[in-house]
Design a protein around this ligand. Structure first.
Ligand code: HEC
Length: 158
């Protein structure tokens, strides 16, 4: 009887620990300051199921999704290509399709999202002004799709 109680309380304890862990969101930080990003600045409508999934895993669920890549491409052409080039080859801003990163955390989906949402130096302003969080994930899927760098450096695939 005593043994059984210990077992069931252990199982219950593990379950109670597991529930909040499964729902814990990642903490997004500004690429330069390291301060937690305030998602209340986000445009309405971007907190989709896919975005919620991203907030739990730190992985972009749109990666490799053909339709998402297409939508991401059109958003990229509107809001990013003017500075980063149509093939993300670099222009006013650095190339985004190669494996050289000013901010190496951009090689993870979480790091890339942080640069987009919060911005970086100079002309790289916070993109929440123009795009919803779900839009940003689409743009990121496009950027990963056109990657031409060393496959071994593709952190987001690991
Ligand atoms: C007005 C010009 C401008 C626009 C528009 C712009 N960027 Fe940038 N971007 C820059 C500049 C300049 C930098 C370099 C900033 C730095 O080094 O801190 C940069 C840096 C970046 C970086 C970091 C690259 C690295 O090597 O670490 C990423 C990622 C990025 N931009 C993505 C985007 C995306 C995606 C969009 C569209 C949603 C976008 N940018 C829109 C100018 C721009």
């Amino acid at each position: 009887m005593k043994f059984k109680t210990i077992i069931s309380s252990t199982v219950l304890g593990a379950a109670m620990l597991a529930i909040p862990a499964a729902h814990a969101d990642i903490t997004l930080r500004h690429a330069l300051t390291g301060e937690a990003l305030d998602l209340s600045f986000a445009k309405k409508g971007g907190h989709t199921e896919k975005f919620k999934q991203f907030m739990q895993t730190g992985k972009n669920p749109y990666n490799g999704d053909e339709e998402a890549v297409k939508k991401g491409e059109s958003l990229y052409m509107t809001g990013c290509s003017g500075c980063h080039g149509h093939e993300a080859e670099g222009k006013l801003g650095p190339g985004l399709a190669d494996d050289y990163w000013t901010y190496p955390r951009g090689l993870t989906d979480q790091g890339l999202f942080e640069i987009l949402f919060g911005g970086a130096n100079g002309m790289m302003g916070p993109q929440y002004v123009n795009f919803s969080t779900d839009d940003m994930l689409h743009i990121m899927a496009f950027i990963r799709h056109i990657y031409k760098g060393d496959p071994k450096k593709a952190e987001w695939l690991k």
